[in-house]
Design a protein around this ligand. Structure first.
Ligand code: NAP
Length: 306
């Protein structure tokens, strides 16, 4: 536990900052359930997959390549199905969704966990800024392609971040999705994470009248491979403060696993969670019009990539 963790308390869910993925699923049987986790080969995704499988779920684990996902799944005790899904490559995302359909896999949850953070220079995929494309567009394509595979009570969990607060003041810069009018490593990471939140919001609205849910989570701040693009000094500082302020990986995976599995959340949708409790995001993360607009724009982007 970090020193910061000593001073935190549990929230109304009975869990909090220090809770681990194992603790939030203690006593829960996930036998007969199937859950898909993107980015299963590293950090929070790997821990989420491990704990879901430990509780009896069959986990469809995805990573950029089949080799990576097979290697990750090989180390897991329990039932796993390794599939390749490179989020910045629509052909790979579509092939992944097609394979889930071909195998007639019904999903009790999709945890859209994979992500990249703070690329120092502007990079692009298919003409769009890479963090937006990977974190948002790739997951939009995957999740919307798999909606028919969700069970009646299926849940979609989007990994956002408290860094969504660093998104541009305008929210999503729809006229600058290629980064040509300006790019900032944190600003654009923040924008992609605000997009994850808005996607969950709009999906939740579209699920109205069903028992399906869509929520977004902030996992906490955890030292994982996510820092790989940060400059060496910032990475060193991050490493130095980790025993003081950061969550461990088992604590970091807790919120996504909790939101994907807790029976207490069967009717909770369109929310933002942090430390396994409902939290308040930046105001425009609740902007229904912006969420609809982003959905329409993204739908057009993926249609043009066909
Ligand atoms: N760690 C934190 O402090 C923190 C804080 C807030 C939010 N988050 C969010 O939590 C999620 C998990 O992050 P983490 O900390 O576990 O980081 P991580 O250890 O770096 O894991 C990220 C995962 O995403 C995968 N990924 C990256 N780009 C991809 C692509 N184009 N296609 C498919 N998979 C891709 C990575 O695959 P490779 O290994 O092959 O690159 C890896 O499996 C992310 O969405 C992140 O934004 C993390």
């Amino acid at each position: 536990m970090s020193i910061y963790g000593w001073f935190t308390s549990k929230g109304t869910s009975g869990f909090g900052y220090n809770s681990t993925a194992e603790e939030v699923t203690e006593g829960l049987s996930l036998d007969g359930k199937t859950m898909l986790v993107t980015g299963c080969n590293s950090g929070l995704g790997h821990e989420a997959m491990r704990v879901l499988a430990l509780r009896g779920a069959r986990v469809v684990g995805t990573a950029r390549t089949l080799e990576k996902t097979k290697a990750a799944c090989d180390g897991i005790r329990g039932k796993t199905i390794p599939l390749a899904c490179e989020l910045s490559d629509p052909a790979s995302v579509r092939a992944c969704a097609e394979e889930v359909k071909r195998q007639r896999i019904k999903l009790d949850a999709i945890i859209a966990n994979a992500g990249i953070m703070a690329l120092p220079e502007l990079e692009k995929a298919h003409g769009y800024e890479l963090q937006f494309f990977t974190n948002h567009v790739g997951h939009f394509l995957l999740v919307t392609s798999l909606l028919d595979q969700l069970t009646e009570t299926g849940r979609v969990v989007m990994l956002s971040s408290d860094a969504h607060r660093r998104a541009p003041e305008a929210g999503i810069e729809l006229d600058n999705l290629d980064g040509a009018k300006g790019y900032g490593e944190w600003r654009n990471y923040g924008q992609s994470k605000l997009a994850n939140l808005l996607f969950a919001k709009e999906l939740s609205r579209r699920f109205a009248g069903t028992k399906k849910t869509a929520n977004a989570v902030h996992p906490g701040v955890i030292r994982t491979n996510l820092t790989r693009h940060m400059n060496p000094v910032a990475r060193f500082l991050f490493l130095a403060i980790s025993p003081l302020f950061l969550k461990t990986v088992p604590q970091g995976a807790a919120t996504e696993v909790f939101v994907a599995t807790s029976p207490t959340l069967a009717d909770v949708s369109g929310e933002y969670f942090a430390d396994c409790n409902v939290a308040v995001p930046r105001r425009d993360a609740n902007d229904v019009e912006l969420a609809k607009k982003l959905w329409d724009v993204t739908e057009k982007i993926v249609a043009e990539l066909a």
